[in-house]
Write a protein that binds this ligand. Structure first.
Ligand code: FAD
Length: 470
C-alpha cells in the first residue's frame, strides 16, 4: 500500500493556524475551506459589507481542492444532452454559460489578489474510441450552436468506420482529419481513438490558489474576515432568523450559513421542523474516491490537459483517464514537467466513510501505470518517472450538478457544494451566485438550484442510522 501524497499540498507554505477559542457572533459563516468556501468568502467580502467567518474542519484546501487534477475546465461531467433531458435545453444552455462565465471570474480574482502562482491557459483535448461517443459530442456542439454558444473543434478520423453515417445536420460542426492527426493531438501512438474534441482548459494548483486568496482576504479585510482551521462543525441549529453552529467546545451564531463541504462529514442540521433538512441533506450527495498518480518528466513540452475516454460507452458515469502536464518545482530551483493522471474511481454510498488518511491501493497505481505506458509514455527508454500517488473525495449530487442556492425549507442555510468530478469553475461560479442571494437579489431559476422535492431515498435505514448517530 502507498501513501496519499498530493503534489499540490507539497507546494503550500507553512503558516500559523488560527483556532477558535471563544464563542462568536458574525453575519455569514461558511463551513468548508476548499475552493468553494474560499471563493464564497472572496465574493461575499467583495460584494457585500458583511462580516464573514470561514470554518475548516482540518486545514485549508486539504480536501478535494488539494487532491484533484487541477484542470480548469468549463464543462459538466454529465454532458449537455444528458442535462437537457432532465432540465430542458434552455436551463442547460444557461447553466453552461454560467460555468463559462467563471473563466473571467477566476481571472479577475487572480489579478485582484495580484497572484503570481503558476496558472497556465492551454488547449484541452478529449479522445474518443467509438461512433456513439463521437456522435454525442457532435450533438453537444449542435446544442451549443442552437443555444448561441461558440462551437468547439471536433476532429474525426478519415479512417473512422462511421464517417459516411454522420447525420447531415452535423456538417460544419467537425473536421475530417488523417488518423495521424488524432494521434498527434492526443500525444499517443494508439490507433483506437477515432475522434478528438478540442476546447480551452487551464492548469492550476487550486490548493495554492486558495492559500493565496486567503492571505489576500486576511490582509484586505482584517476587520470583516476570519478563518479558523481545525474547527469541525458538528451541528447546525436553524431558527427562522439565525443559525447556531456547534464547533467542538464553542458556538458560532450567524444570519446565514453557507455549506461548502463537498459532501458531508459527520454534520447534522436541526431545523425548527426537526430533522427533515438533515435527512434530505445527507441524501443529496453520495461519494466517489478518485485515485491519481503523478510522474516527473524532463521540462520541455508545453502545458496540456487531455482526457482519454477508452470505454466506448456514453454513460457519463463511465470512468476515463485524465492527464495534465505543467511545469513543477520538485526540488527547490529544479524544474520538471509534472504529469498527473487520474482514472480509477471507487463508489461510496456514504461520504462519511471516506478516510483521507487511508493508504492508496497499489492496484490503482498499477492500473494508471499500465495506461500511461500504453498511451502516453510509449518510448521504450521510459522518459517519465513515477513520484506521487494521491486520492480525494468527490461528492456527487443526485443530478450530477453542483448545488448552489438556498435550502428551500429554510433559506438561512445555503449550499455551494457537490464536487461532481469537475468543480473548480463551478465552485467559483457558485460563489458569485451565493453572494447575490445573500445580497437579497432576485436570482433567476437555474439548474444549480436545490430541488424543492427529492424522490424518496432507496431505503429509510441509512437515514435512520444517521439520525440515531446524532
Ligand atoms: C481525484 C480528483 C480529481 C479532480 N480533478 C478535477 C479537475 O481536474 N478539475 C476540476 O475542475 N475539478 C476536479 N476535481 C473536483 C474538484 O477538486 C472539486 O470539485 C473542488 O475542489 C471542490 O471544492 P470544494 O471546496 O467544494 O470541496 P473540498 O475541497 O473538498 O472542500 C470541502 C472542505 O469542507 C471541509 N469540511 C467538510 N465538513 C466539514 C465540517 N463539518 N466542518 C468544517 N469543515 C468541513 C473539508 O475538510 C474540506 O476541506 C477533482 C476531484 C478529485 C477528488
Amino acid at each position: 500500500m502507498l501513501k496519499n501524497t498530493s503534489p499540490w499540498l507539497r507546494q503550500l507554505p507553512e503558516r500559523p493556524r488560527n483556532r477558535l477559542s471563544e464563542d462568536l457572533e458574525t453575519q455569514v459563516v461558511i463551513v468548508g475551506g476548499g475552493i468553494a468556501g474560499v471563493a464564497t468568502a472572496y465574493h461575499l467580502l467583495q460584494g457585500t459589507q458583511k462580516n464573514v467567518v470561514l470554518l475548516e474542519r482540518h486545514r485549508l484546501a486539504h480536501g478535494a481542492t488539494g487532491h484533484n487534477a487541477g484542470q480548469v475546465v468549463a464543462h459538466f461531467e454529465r454532458g449537455l444532452k444528458n442535462l437537457a433531458e432532465k432540465f430542458g435545453s434552455e436551463l442547460t444552455i444557461a447553466g453552461q454559460k454560467a460555468i463559462e462565465s467563471a473563466w473571467d471570474t477566476l481571472d479577475a480574482m487572480y489579478y485582484d489578489a495580484k497572484l503570481d502562482i503558476p496558472y497556465y491557459k492551454c488547449e484541452g483535448f478529449s479522445g474518443f474510441t467509438s461512433e456513439a461517443q463521437t456522435l454525442l459530442r457532435l450533438e453537444h456542439n449542435h446544442m451549443r450552436l442552437e443555444g448561441g454558444l461558440e462551437i468547439e473543434s471536433i476532429y474525426v478520423s478519415e479512417d473512422a468506420p462511421f464517417v459516411r453515417k454522420i447525420p447531415r445536420h452535423y456538417v460544419g460542426l467537425f473536421s475530417l482529419v488523417p488518423a495521424a492527426k488524432i494521434q498527434e493531438l492526443l500525444e499517443t501512438d494508439r490507433t483506437d481513438f477515432v475522434s478528438v474534441h478540442q476546447y480551452p482548459k487551464g492548469v492550476i494548483n487550486s490548493a495554492l490558489f486558495c492559500e493565496r486568496i486567503i492571505s489576500f482576504l486576511l490582509e484586505r479585510y482584517p476587520d470583516r474576515f476570519t478563518l479558523f482551521e481545525h474547527a469541525p462543525v458538528h451541528k447546525i441549529i436553524l431558527s427562522e432568523t439565525r443559525a447556531m453552529l456547534d464547533v467542538e467546545t464553542h458556538t458560532v451564531r450567524a444570519e446565514h450559513v453557507v455549506l461548502c463541504t463537498n459532501g458531508f462529514e459527520d454534520l447534522h442540521i436541526i431545523d425548527k421542523n426537526g430533522l427533515a433538512i438533515d435527512a434530505r441533506y445527507h441524501y443529496l450527495v453520495s461519494g466517489v474516491t478518485g485515485y491519481m498518480s503523478g510522474y516527473l518528466e524532463k521540462l520541455g513540452k508545453s502545458p496540456v490537459a487531455i482526457s482519454y475516454h477508452t470505454d466506448p460507452g456514453t454513460d457519463p458515469k463511465n470512468a476515463y483517464y485524465y492527464l495534465t502536464r505543467r511545469p513543477y518545482e520538485f526540488e527547490k530551483g529544479v524544474h520538471h514537467n509534472l504529469i498527473s493522471i487520474g482514472g480509477p474511481e471507487f463508489f461510496l454510498e456514504d461520504t462519511t466513510s471516506y478516510d483521507r488518511e487511508a493508504l492508496y491501493p497499489e492496484e490503482h497505481m498499477r492500473d494508471i501505470d499500465t495506461f500511461v505506458k500504453r498511451t502516453y509514455d510509449t518510448d521504450p527508454n521510459k522518459t517519465i518517472e513515477y513520484k506521487f500517488t494521491w486520492h480525494g473525495l468527490m461528492g456527487y449530487t443526485r443530478n450530477g450538478v453542483r448545488l448552489v442556492g438556498p435550502e428551500p425549507q429554510n433559506p438561512i442555510l445555503l449550499y455551494n457544494l457537490g464536487c461532481n468530478g469537475i468543480g473548480i469553475l463551478p465552485s467559483i461560479y457558485g460563489a458569485t451566485k451565493i453572494t447575490r442571494h445573500v445580497r437579497g437579489e432576485h436570482v433567476e431559476r437555474s439548474l444549480f438550484d436545490v430541488p424543492e422535492t427529492l424522490s424518496r431515498p432507496r431505503g429509510l435505514l441509512p437515514a435512520l442510522q444517521r439520525i440515531f448517530r446524532l
